[in-house]
Design a protein. Structure first.
Length: 499
């Protein structure tokens, strides 16, 4: 059986706690790997290595940092398939989805390669007589990242490349459900020339997380995961004096107006709701159909959903893979089996799906629920699986009011041909990311990713300008130098004397 250990101080460090987690192949249900679960002492060893490395890395030149990052980007590009294969083996997503994840992570590595312009300061001269004021940004020190199972390569790459480019050192605690990609990312960083201790990986569960949140040498914590855990991370780390960005859960809505291109809307709904088996925080999980278009839209979604090929992620013909664990599969299924009793019409029920030759895999098919009420479990909760809810409203105003009443505010979308309606929507909707005829509005790397309300705890979004500001702190310097002409006579300023 494969063993995944920690990466501390530039080398593999065997787990010493005696505690191990199991990693399964979601397509077969077989346990393939054991992963070390760190003790507080092992977390401390990683932080200590990062702190020691910060002494030189934090004062290294920008050209040295970016040179390493350019080499790192090239290595990641060369190893795309290898990284994607690890993701498929442990998460279950199809290979094309895994490659897309790597590509989106690479965007932030590329942003980090250009960190020189992001870290430029400001200067105001002559704010008073012979007085100048400048502002600079400096790294924080040791920072930590706690990342989820659904994007085991992309989300870490949303964090540590920017953090180390800004001069910090990093301790990553990835999900113990699919840990292998994180170790490969760290190994490739070392191969690119990143000094020992700048990037460390400790695997673990709540013990490791709580140790990072309490450690006095960790200056900041980045987190992506569910809302209850994000709230806990924010409260605990903040109470310990740390800077925190904690991205939580979502219930992303797509508003479809009567004038929309329904074929385009149906295509978007299927890809956004069922891609990556719905295990993504930006998935569209609720479609709000306005006016009389509901029946036609639901039928178009159903026709497309029924054609999706479900199978192991290693099969090139597969368009959707299994869910990550059997327990998660069963939880997702419970929302579908209980939907009718709460007033929904079950248009598609994917709970009975079986895949030949992979009978023990964590399979579930695509489910489509219509006429869903806002007080039902399927609507209120973040399901994190291939279940799409359709709600009906009579007007645009009712649809926006319904969406804004949700406690989540991560991403949202509108489908319409009317520019005025789209403009009004982007101003009135209470969410951090908005798509206009774009179902999953994940920003490009040089803009920032993050939601509102219960989808974000902390002041900073992730990556982009917000990411740079999160991983640095500002300093303002006020300077007054007397003019040489005002110096007392006889003072030697070291200038050449002309006779």
């Amino acid at each position: 059986m494969k063993t995944v250990n920690h990466w501390i101080g530039g080398k593999t460090v065997e787990g010493a706690s005696g505690n191990w987690g199991q990693v399964t192949d979601p397509a077969t249900g077989a346990v393939t790997t054991r992963v070390a679960l760190a003790s507080p002492e092992e977390v401390d060893a990683a932080v200590t290595a990062a702190k020691a490395a910060y002494g030189t890395w934090g004062t290294s030149s920008l050209s040295a940092r970016t040179g390493i990052l350019f080499s790192y980007r090239a290595l990641l590009d060369a190893h795309r398939d290898e990284i994607a294969a690890l993701i498929t083996a442990e998460h279950g997503k199809v290979h094309s989805d895994a490659l897309g994840e790597v590509a989106r992570g690479l965007e932030i590595v590329e942003l980090a390669c250009g960190i020189t312009t992001q870290l430029k300061g400001e200067l105001s001269t002559q704010v008073s007589s012979k007085v100048d004021v400048s502002s600079i940004r400096q790294p924080l020190g040791v920072v930590a990242g706690i990342t989820p199972f659904n994007f085991p390569a992309m989300v870490p790459m949303w964090m540590f490349p920017l953090a180390v480019a800004c001069g910090n050192t990093f301790v990553l605690k990835p999900s113990e459900k699919d840990p292998s990609a994180a170790n490969l990312l760290a190994e490739l960083a070392a191969e690119a020339g990143l000094p020992d201790g700048v990037l460390n990986v400790v695997h673990g569960d709540k013990v490791a997380v709580d140790s990072l949140l309490a450690h006095p040498d960790v200056a900041a914590v980045s987190f992506v995961g569910s809302t209850p855990i994000a709230r806990h991370i924010h409260a605990t780390a903040s109470a310990n004096g740390k800077r925190v960005q904690a991205l939580g859960g979502a219930k992303n809505h797509m508003l479809v107006l009567p004038d929309a291109d329904l074929d385009a809307a149906a295509d978007a709904a299927v890809s956004a709701a069922y891609g990556s088996a719905g295990e993504r925080c930006m998935a569209i999980s609720a479609v709000v159909a306005v006016g009389a278009i509901g029946d036609e839209l639901v039928q178009k979604i159903r026709e497309r959903a029924e054609k999706i090929k479900i199978g192991p992620g290693t099969d090139p013909a597969s368009e959707m893979g299994p869910l990550i664990t059997a327990a998660h599969r069963d939880k997702v299924a419970s929302y579908v089996t209980g939907a009718a009793a709460q007033g929904a019409e079950v248009v598609l029920d994917g709970t009975g799906l079986r895949v030949g030759g992979y009978e023990d895999g964590h399979w579930i098919g695509l489910s489509l629920l219509d006429h869903v009420s806002t007080d039902s479990d399927a609507y209120r909760d973040e399901i994190f699986g291939p279940v799409l809810c359709v709600l009906r409203t009579e007007t645009y105003e009712e649809g926006v009011a319904l969406m804004n009443a949700s406690p989540f505010g991560n991403g949202t979308a509108i489908f319409t041909r009317d520019g005025g309606a789209a403009r009004r929507f982007q101003l009135e909707i209470e969410a951090g990311m908005v798509g206009v005829n774009v179902p999953i509005p994940v920003p490009v790397g040089y803009h920032s990713f993050g939601g509102w309300k219960d989808s974000l705890f902390g002041d900073h979004h992730i990556y982009g300008n917000d990411g740079v500001h999160f991983y640095t702190r500002g300093k303002v310097v006020t300077t007054r130098w007397p003019d040489p002409a005002d110096a007392p006579s006889g003072v030697d300023l070291g200038f050449p004397r002309n006779h």
